[in-house]
Design a protein around this ligand. Structure first.
Ligand code: FAD
Ligand code: FES
Length: 279
């Protein structure tokens, strides 16, 4: 049986600075082993353990879409030891990848219905994966309306600006991009995500809402979704607990009897309401 802790080497093909503060970067990577590259499969919302020799490893959501061929993307905020070491890497450097891990978004629950994505800050990563997955020509007709409400503190802190520009040109997505504080060059929406969500008022009919962002954004977005008619069983959230093994062995990430790495990180609000408030 292969050792589940053994990372697969991958080379960094491209590094993209995502924000003005330059503390968020997207790493496009490709497995060195062609066989691993061709057989690695994942669903939106899953994560991987990224490692750098001599520094350690950390869980990072997969930001690319499962429809992308030959490479993966991870968007990483410089936070501490491993993420800083990653930020110091250059294109061509090698890192380790274990995964994919976690349950991912319940695509069967979403297919055939409308999807509302509510995101704040750099927690947009796996939701960006989901948006690009739904918008892919092979998938678009399997979903109904797609609404994306995404906000950041300032225009310079919006990530994936290249995607936002592409999406804004399409007529099969209702895109609402907002910033907390405007700027003289900013002609878009200004206001907190929950306020913009309330104004956009996407229908809850046959819809699922996926909410990821800072705790305060989530706290104020839930009552808005509730008023719009989304039941807790149709609202999804992805948790970011401290993790170690990522595969349900070490007990580092558990909340009550749930392992966030294995049973999550995606949970419905109905499930979260039944769990101890340790997240
Ligand atoms: C399922 C999952 C998906 C994630 N996806 C992403 C992603 O797409 N992009 C991204 O940048 N980060 C993501 N994270 C968070 C990322 O794993 C942590 O930022 C990372 O582990 C920090 O490692 P470090 O060695 O750089 O920091 P450390 O040196 O270990 O810690 C630095 C500081 O960060 C805090 N910290 C460490 N881990 C976490 C955590 N999990 N949650 C909150 N605070 C933490 C520590 O308490 C400390 O204050 C995700 C976490 C999980 C569990
Ligand atoms: S991280 Fe080890 S059990 Fe979840």
């Amino acid at each position: 049986m292969p050792n589940p802790y053994l990372p697969n080497p991958a080379v960094i093909q491209r590094i993209t600075d995502e924000n003005e503060a330059r503390d968020i970067k997207t790493f496009q990577v490709a497995f060195c082993d062609e066989k691993v590259r061709d057989t690695f499969r994942y669903t939106c919302g899953q994560f991987a353990e990224l490692s750098l020799w001599g520094f350690g490893e950390c869980p990072i959501g997969i930001a690319s879409s499962p429809m992308d061929q030959g490479h993966l993307q991870f968007t990483v905020k410089r936070t501490g030891v491993v993420t800083s070491a990653l930020h110091n890497c250059e294109e061509g450097a090698t890192l380790g990848i274990r995964g994919p891990y976690g349950n991912g978004f319940p695509m069967q629950m979403m297919e055939g219905g409308n999807v509302v994505i509510v995101a704040g800050g750099f927690a947009f990563t796996t939701l960006r994966s989901l948006t690009n997955y739904i918008l892919h020509p092979d998938n678009r007709r399997r979903f109904g309306d797609l609404a994306v409400i995404y906000g950041a503190r300032s225009p310079g802190e919006l990530i994936y600006k290249y995607d936002l520009e592409d999406w804004a040109r399409r007529d099969d997505i209702q895109l609402h991009v907002t910033v907390d504080a405007g700027h003289e060059d900013w002609t878009g929406l200004v206001g907190y995500v929950p306020t913009i969500l309330q104004e956009a008022a996407p229908s809850s009919q046959n819809a699922v809402a996926v909410v990821c962002g800072p705790p305060i954004m989530i706290r104020f977005s839930i009552p808005v979704l509730d008023k719009l008619g989304f039941p807790p069983s149709r609202i999804l959230n992805s948790l970011e607990m401290r993790m170690k093994c990522g595969i349900g062995k070490c007990g580092r990430c558990n909340i009550g009897d749930k392992y966030v790495c294995k049973d999550g990180p995606v949970f419905t609000f109905e499930e979260l309401q039944k769990m101890p408030r340790e997240y």
